[in-house]
Structure formats: C-alpha cells, structure tokens
Ligand binder design. Sequence first.
Ligand code: GH3
Ligand code: MG
Ligand code: MG
Ligand code: MG
Length: 328
Amino acid sequence: MPFSNSLDRAPSVLDSRMLENRIEKHKILLIDDDLTHLELTKLLLESTGLVVDTASNDSEAFQHLEAYDYRMILCDWVMPGQDGLSIVKKLRESEVNTRYVIMITSKSSPDDLIQCLSGGADDYITKPFRKDELRARVLSGMRILDKHVQLEKMKSYYFDQAQKDTLTGAYNRAYLKDRLPNEVKRVERTNGNLSVIMTDIDHFKSLNDTHGHPCGDAVLVNFVERLNQNLRNGIDWVCRYGGEEFLIVLPDTSIEQARTVADKLCNLIADKPFEFEEHSLSVTASFGVSSLALSKYSDKSSAHVGLINSADKNLYFSKNNGRNQWHG
Ligand code: GH3
Ligand code: MG
Ligand code: MG
Ligand code: MG
C-alpha cells in the first residue's frame, strides 16, 4: 500500500507555482522495480506538474541517465540486479556531484538510514509514505538544486567578468596574456597559421573633446560590435588592448587572408557613420597586420610578443601615412 490516503491533500497554489517554475530545469528520473508503485508515484508527481521518466531496473536507469542529465532521481533501494544504493554509489563515483537523489525505502532502522545517506543519497523517504511528505521532500530537493543553478550562473558570470572589458565586452589584457601564448602553441603543434590585427581609432581624443565622453564610450561599444559582426563567430576574437586600441586575433589565418580582413574592417568603419543621439559621426580607424612566423624565434615563448609588436609597428606606419588605412 504505497500511499496513506487519509492524509492526502491537493498541493497548495504556492506549491504548484513553485513546482511549475522548476519543471523544465529538473526533470525527475524515478526508479522502482515495483511497477504498481512506479506508476502511482509517477502519477502523483505528474499531478503536481513535474516531468517524470521511469525505469524499472538498473540497466534501464543507466540508459536514461546516459540520454538525459537528470538533476533529481527518486530511487527504490531494494531491487533485483543492482539495488538502488549501488546505482547511487556508481553515479557518485563517476560524476561531479550535481544530482539530488532521494532514496525510497521500506528499510527504516537508523542503521539503514545511515547506510543510505553515507552511500550517497541526499535524502530518503520510507514506504509507505504520505503524498504530501513526498512532495515536501521533492520541493526541498528542488530548492537545493535551484541554489546549485544560481551558483553555477554566478560562477560563469564572474568568470566572464574577469576576462572581459566592462565597457565594450571585448576580452581584456589579462585574457590576452593567457590565451595568445596558447594560440601560438597550437600553431607550433599543427604547423598552422595565426594572424593578428592591431587597430586604433583615429583622432578619438577630438571626438571626445567635441561630443563628450559618453559619446566616445558609445562609439567604442559600437566599434567593437561592428568588428565582431564582421569576424568569424567563435573563432576570431577581439581584445581591448588600450583605451581606443584593439587587438583582433585571427586563428588559422594567413597573412594574405588577414590583409583582406583588415581591408574589409577599415572600409566598414569608414563607410557607415556612427550614430549617437542626434549626431551622425564619421569615424575612421588605422590598422596594422602581422602574421606569426615561428621560425624567426629561437625562444618560442616570446613569439606572441613579437607578433603584437609587429602589428603595432604596422599600425603606426598607417597612422603616420595618413590614417584610415591598413599596413602589413
Ligand atoms: P590617433 O589618431 O593618433 O590615434 O589620435 P587619438 O586622438 O585617437 O589618440 P590619443 O592617444 O591622443 O587619444 C586617445 C583618447 O582616447 C584619449 C582618451 O581620453 C580616450 N579614451 C581612452 N579610453 C576611453 C574610454 O573608455 N572612453 C572614452 N570616451 N574615451 C577614452
Ligand atoms: Mg523494490
Ligand atoms: Mg587613436
Ligand atoms: Mg591610441
């Protein structure tokens, strides 16, 4: 007799709303060899809005676990084949601990429960159980899972912040320092190509002086957007090298290809005015192109510095030669 009917009650509105918010995030895998119990528990959870998949033995359970990243598992302990606790132990050995496991068990002595929790379950419920107790335990687990998700989001937010410039969203110098040597190593390994373009906005100081710093900021943001829109998504990347100076990194790109990119970028900056409030501003930038020639370096660990210096030198040639052009 799986549920004690006398204490049944429909979930409160609050419970339902809380559960609704979690449906997509935390689909449940329910494992039980007793098919009647499996079906009844599934219906109970589904009646509160949860999405539930079922497995009636260990091999079905592992098939499901391979196919979908269930964050919550309700698992019967006593089953033929591998029992519930062995399944949980196996899961805990092979993964980062991000799943919430509730063990369903008819064993209820303190020793049993200690064994169950020490074996890797996060919670347990003893049969026969009340519907509202199961709901309460599932909700409690959902709250913990939500905290996991929040923490993961915060972690990735701060990770992102640490490597990006807050104004433009371009990568920062710290990221460049980490990543560029790795790009160079990849060229060493694969005998491939790596090119960079250094670009600096022309007469940016006078733009600030004429239209104000907020306008300058908006142009910087737009400038990076325009670069990114015209580079290969997920391959090329832009780093804010200084105030209005950016380094564009082009993996797997020969010098000839990089020259074509610089020409395209130079034109697309100059050809279309930047809009700020009621102003339509003509902006140009100068570019310096360089490509990695590893054979030039006896010490390969300094190759990335040489690559940047050479792009910088070519940028200043462009500046001295009249701006709004590329060289390299
Ligand atoms: P050039 O063509 O030779 O590059 O001249 P320029 O005026 O662009 O270069 P300069 O180095 O004289 O001036 C760069 C200006 O960029 C000065 C600085 O105040 C401004 N700047 C740097 N960072 C920011 C920023 O984050 N926002 C704004 N609005 N201006 C910035
Ligand atoms: Mg059983
Ligand atoms: Mg400038
Ligand atoms: Mg500058």
